[in-house]
Design a protein around this ligand. Structure first.
Ligand code: SIN
Length: 294
């Protein structure tokens, strides 16, 4: 697919499957115009994950592209054993399995980050994430996405009523790859663990649609329930959330940009062969307080 296929001012949008995601051809994103961006944003709200291929961006250019969507936020905290952030680019997070001088150059390692939505452990989680492939392995490291509007719609009425008005505590201690963040204790009762609480059904501030907002399965806790009841309710909700029919799995090429909406999607990643290298650059936009849906 060439990046030059769009004719002046109009983008080409092709859904990648029925569940979620679309390929967008919009030319070189370094030359984005307000007209093109407006169409891109419409596609984003319709398909929730946008893939733009064949781009060549340095760090500044990626951050400039991200700024079209809103104010960028500081990258997620590094984990134990990870190189400190480059303060020249506080809005950049490196996602990588590469180790240099005994330190990980980025987050998430070789493992298989579980289904999650980004940084829901913040009081105000990021609205969207932009991930750009800088170096990719010959195989592995595919990223899956799940549609949380359709997951919510699939819940039986009684279950939907049961979660209406309820909140989940989103534990701050671990990354989605399972790494402990500095300053936190691994061994802590979930009812007392650190992290903000957000409504399980969240209203999207731009589309007005309700979505399931689960954060991630490990260390989650449904406030007000016993631990046993919380685990049982979460297991039931998760059995809907990541059903095959709500998902799409993307195989990376060099120069791909993926933009996903953290308010109505979740994502996960396949493991990476430790003998290979994968380097991705990510930036995120500031969100707004999580509003409860119905
Ligand atoms: C992430 O979970 O934010 C990163 C996904 C990936 O590495 O593909």
């Amino acid at each position: 697919m060439s990046i030059n296929q769009n004719t002046a001012g109009s983008i080409v949008v092709t859904p990648v499957c029925d569940a979620i995601g679309a390929d967008v051809i919009c030319g070189d994103v370094k030359k984005m115009t307000a007209t093109v961006f407006h169409q891109l944003q419409q596609a984003f709200h319709q398909y929730l994950v946008i893939r733009i291929r064949g781009q060549q961006l340095n760090i500044e250019q990626l951050l400039n592209f991200g700024r079209w969507f809103g104010t960028l936020s500081r990258g997620a905290p590094v984990h134990i054993g990870q190189k400190p952030r480059d303060e020249q680019y506080p809005e950049l997070a490196i996602i990588s399995n590469v180790i240099e001088n005994g330190l990980a150059i980025g987050g998430l390692g070789d493992g298989e980050p579980v289904w999650h939505t980004d940084s829901s452990f913040n009081d105000i989680p990021p609205s969207l994430s932009v991930l750009y492939s800088v170096e990719i392995p010959p195989a592995g490291g595919d990223t899956g996405f799940a549609n949380m509007y359709t997951a919510l719609d699939a819940l039986p009425k009684a279950l939907r009523n049961e979660i209406g008005g309820r909140t989940i505590k989103h534990d701050k201690r671990f990354t989605s790859g399972g790494q402990l963040r500095p300053g936190f204790q691994a061994d802590q009762d979930l009812q007392d663990s650190p992290g903000p609480s957000h409504p399980i059904i969240r209203k999207h501030p731009d589309t007005g649609r309700d979505a399931l907002y689960l954060g991630r399965r490990p260390y989650a806790y449904v406030n007000g329930l016993s631990l046993t009841d919380s685990e049982a309710l979460l297991d039931t909700l998760w059995s809907y959330a990541t059903r095959e029919e709500f998902t799409w799995h993307h195989q990376w090429r060099l120069g791909d940009i993926l933009i996903w909406d953290n308010r109505c999607t979740m994502h996960r990643r396949d493991a990476i062969d430790p003998q290979t290298r994968r380097i991705m650059h990510r930036t995120q936009c500031h969100g707004t307080a999580v509003i409860s849906g119905m």
